[in-house]
Design a protein around this ligand. Structure first.
Ligand code: RIB
Length: 304
C-alpha cells in the first residue's frame, strides 16, 4: 500500500463549453446547440482524475477572487483533492473557452488569469510537500519558470515527475534528465522531435536526451510506451463512442500516475490509463467525466 501523495502542480480553469455542429472558421458565426460552465484546467483535471482512483492527491495552484474561484476550489475539494496548497489571489480565475463539435473535435482558448500567480516563489513555499510526493504531475498551463523550478526541486529530492507538455512550448535541454515520464500527444510530439517521425523514432530521440520514459498518446492508434532499460511496447486503444474528448489526455495522465505509484509496469499503467481515458470520452465535461476506480476495473474486466 503506497502512502506518498500524488502532487499536481498546474492550472485550474473554468471551462465555458459551447457545443456546435462544427468548429467555426475565422469570421464565421455559428449557432450552437448547448452551453455549459464546468470545472477544468489541465492541472485540476489531472488531480481529479487521480483522486477518483483512490490515492491521496494534493493540488498546488491558484484561483481568483471572482465568481469562479470559490466554485473551482470547492469542486476540487468535493472530488477529494487536498486543496490546502491552492492559493486565492486577487483578479480573475483561469478560464477556457471551448467549442466541442458534433464530430468530437474541439478547439480551446485559455486565458490564464490566476494561473499566472503559480510562480516559482509559490512552488518554493511548498518544498516540503513536493519532497514528500510519490509522483509529481506537471503540465504547461502555468508559467514555464515555475515548471522548471518544480522539476529542479523534484530532481534534487529524487521525486519522479510526469510532464504532460500541453500546451506545447519550447523546453530547455536541462529539463530532460529531470523527467521520469514525458507524455505528449501527436501534435505536441511534433514540436519536440519534428513532425512526421514514427513514434518509435521520436521515442528514441527523446530517450537520448535523458528522459527516463515516454508515453506517446496517439488517439485511436493507442499509446507507445518506451523507457530506458525496458522493451518498448504499443498499448492498443479501447474503441468507444466518443462524445467529448476534452480532458481525456488529463485523465490518462492522472490514471497513469496512480498505476505507476501502485507499482505497475509502464505498459500495465498505460493500459489502465487508456481505459480511464476511454471511459472519460463517453461523458461530457472534463473533471465531470473522470471515472472511479470501480468503473475502470469493471471496464478492464469487460474488455479482456
Ligand atoms: O485538457 C483540457 C483542458 O484544457 C480544459 O479543461 C481546459 O481548461 C484547458 O485547460
Amino acid at each position: 500500500m503506497h502512502t506518498k501523495p500524488i502532487v499536481v502542480i498546474g492550472s485550474i480553469n473554468m471551462d465555458l463549453v459551447a457545443r456546435t455542429p462544427r468548429i467555426p472558421l475565422a469570421g464565421q458565426t455559428l449557432t450552437g446547440t448547448d452551453f455549459s460552465t464546468t470545472p477544468g484546467g489541465k492541472g485540476a483535471n489531472q488531480a481529479v482524475a487521480a483522486a477518483r482512483l483512490g490515492p491521496h492527491v494534493q493540488m498546488i495552484g491558484a484561483v481568483g477572487n471572482d465568481v469562479f474561484g470559490e466554485a473551482l476550489h470547492s469542486n476540487l475539494a468535493n472530488a477529494a483533492v487536498d486543496t490546502r496548497a491552492v492559493a486565492h489571489v486577487p483578479g480573475p480565475s483561469g478560464v477556457a473557452q471551448i467549442q466541442v463539435a458534433d464530430n468530437g473535435q474541439n478547439s480551446i482558448v485559455v486565458v490564464p488569469g490566476a494561473n499566472g500567480a503559480v510562480t516559482p516563489e509559490l512552488i518554493r513555499q511548498h518544498t516540503k510537500l513536493i519532497q514528500s510526493a510519490g509522483i509529481v504531475l506537471l503540465q504547461l498551463e502555468i508559467p514555464l519558470d515555475t515548471v522548471l523550478t518544480a522539476c529542479e526541486l523534484c530532481a534534487t529530492a529524487q521525486v519522479p515527475v510526469i510532464l504532460d507538455p500541453a500546451p506545447a512550448a519550447s523546453l530547455p535541454d536541462a529539463i530532460w534528465p529531470q523527467l521520469a515520464w514525458f507524455t505528449p500527444n501527436e501534435t505536441e510530439l511534433g514540436l519536440y522531435t519534428g513532425s512526421g517521425f514514427p513514434p518509435e523514432t521520436a521515442a528514441k530521440q527523446l530517450l537520448a536526451r535523458g528522459v527516463h520514459g515516454v508515453a506517446l498518446k496517439r488517439g485511436a492508434e493507442g499509446v507507445y510506451v518506451a523507457a530506458s532499460g525496458e522493451e518498448p511496447t504499443w498499448v492498443p486503444a479501447f474503441h468507444v463512442e466518443a462524445i467529448d474528448t476534452v480532458g481525456a489526455g488529463d485523465c490518462f495522465n492522472g490514471a497513469f500516475a496512480v498505476s505507476l505509484l501502485e507499482g505497475s509496469s509502464s505498459a500495465a499503467a498505460a493500459r489502465f490509463a487508456s481505459a480511464a481515458a476511454a471511459i472519460s470520452v463517453t461523458r461530457n465535461g472534463a473533471q465531470a467525466a473522470m471515472p472511479t476506480r470501480e468503473e475502470v476495473d469493471a471496464f478492464l474486466a469487460s474488455h479482456g
